[in-house]
Design a protein around this ligand. Structure first.
Ligand SMILES: Cc1cc2nc3c(=O)[nH]c(=O)nc-3n(C[C@H](O)[C@H](O)[C@H](O)COP(=O)(O)OP(=O)(O)OC[C@H]3O[C@@H](n4cnc5c(N)ncnc54)[C@H](O)[C@@H]3O)c2cc1C
Length: 339
């Protein structure tokens, strides 16, 4: 007979919210630091639609969900509890945080680490959404090698599109830019396209067609264009509204602002990692930020505990007045805490 779940889970040191590359690596590092870590996993990582994650150290071409499966398996020896659940709310409670889960449970966490990523806002063009990550892409560093020398399209008419189109010439010179209506490019940008021999099509883009998830043709009011892939720089939003609701400051691009060294947000005790911050949006960068911020969180927990035990000095830092300054100087040169 299965017993009903208690509403409140045992308190944890750190609630890691999100199990993409950044959250998974943060949970690994925190677990290995003997922190009771709760990994709250709301679903697949951002690159789940794609067949293969590229540019990943020792794992180039691995399927994103295989990487996740293996990362979860490697958490087994450590005090990390993995729950497949969305977080519904986070509220301050004394010096800690009460984390509310969508299944009705809640947990008290000393620190909260957001790893909730971003959502790509794709344009509503027939045939586009279902090919996202399969033959419609955003990043030549992720998928450019597979497209080398082929005829590809670039969709958009802003600075990011200009940058993307010019970058792509490193992989292929057969680039057609679809502005899907009147061009907003500057004269200088138009001149760049002309000089490099890149075709610009200003007619509305009506639909994308091809065999299944593959792309063969872009249909515009000016005719049909044979392309094997379309690239664009989609607008993005935070995948979760929770950091903003909790009071974390965002920058003008909607990214959560964090301290460069510690990853702490404007709300003390709340940290953020990966795509949702201003960091470069790659698997390795996300995982790396999970590592460095987990170290910073653990350092904070060590300091708080040692201070409570009455220690006056830790790692050569005079506490409490000068602790932060000296601590940060030390971390920025060594990158590691002294447990
Ligand atoms: C189509 C595509 C292809 C890509 N290909 C590559 C590539 O080849 N190489 C590369 O380096 N990068 C690639 N990327 C980029 C890469 O996917 C991201 O940089 C990386 O996934 C970011 O990791 P993250 O942990 O910051 O966020 P994410 O991977 O977005 O993970 C965030 C997690 O948080 C969870 N979450 C959100 N809200 C909640 C909540 N309220 N409660 C609980 N959980 C929540 C989500 O479900 C998700 O699991 C690609 C991206 C896309 C879109």
């Amino acid at each position: 007979m299965s017993l009903p779940l208690p509403d409140a889970l045992p308190p944890c040191d750190v609630a890691v919210i999100g199990a993409g590359p950044s959250g998974l690596n943060a949970a690994l590092v925190l677990g290995r630091a003997r922190r009771d870590t709760l990994l709250l996993d709301g679903g697949p990582p951002r690159n789940a639609p794609t067949r293969a994650a590229h540019g990943v150290f020792t794992r180039d071409g691995a399927a994103p969900l295989d990487l996740k499966r293996e990362a979860l398996a490697q958490l087994q020896p450590y005090p990390v509890t993995h729950l497949e659940v969305q977080v519904a709310d986070v509220q301050p409670e004394g010096d800690a945080f009460r984390v509310f889960l969508e299944d009705g449970q809640d947990v008290l966490a000393t620190k909260v680490l957001f790893a909730t990523g971003v959502r790509d806002l794709l344009p509503d063009i027939p045939g586009l959404r279902e090919r996202w990550g399969r033959s419609v892409y955003h990043c030549p560093y992720c998928d450019g090698w597979e497209l080398r020398g082929q005829a590809v399209g670039v969709l958009g008419t802003d600075d990011a599109t200009h940058h993307l189109a010019l970058s792509l010439t490193s992989w292929t010179r057969e680039v057609t830019i679809f502005t899907d209506g009147p061009s907003q490019f500057t004269d200088e940008q138009r001149l760049d396209f002309e000089r490099l021999g890149l075709n610009v099509v200003e007619a509305p883009l009506r639909r994308l067609e091809g065999d299944g998830e593959n792309l063969a043709c872009a249909y515009t009011d000016d005719g049909a264009f044979a392309i094997t892939a379309l690239l664009l720089s989609p607008k993005q939003e935070q995948a979760s509204a929770l950091p903003a609701r909790l009071g974390c400051d965002l920058n003008d691009k909607g990214r959560v602002l964090t301290d460069d060294v510690t990853g702490e947000t404007s709300v003390p005790g709340v940290y953020a990692v990966g795509d949702m911050t201003g960091a470069p949006q790659y698997v390795m960068s996300a995982a790396a930020s999970g590592m460095t911020v987990a170290v910073a969180v653990n350092t904070r927990l060590i300091h708080d505990a040692r201070l409570r035990e009455g220690a006056r000095f830790h790692k050569g830092a005079r506490v409490p007045e000068q602790e932060d300054t000296v601590e940060r100087q030390h971390e920025s040169t060594t990158g590691e805490p002294d447990a």
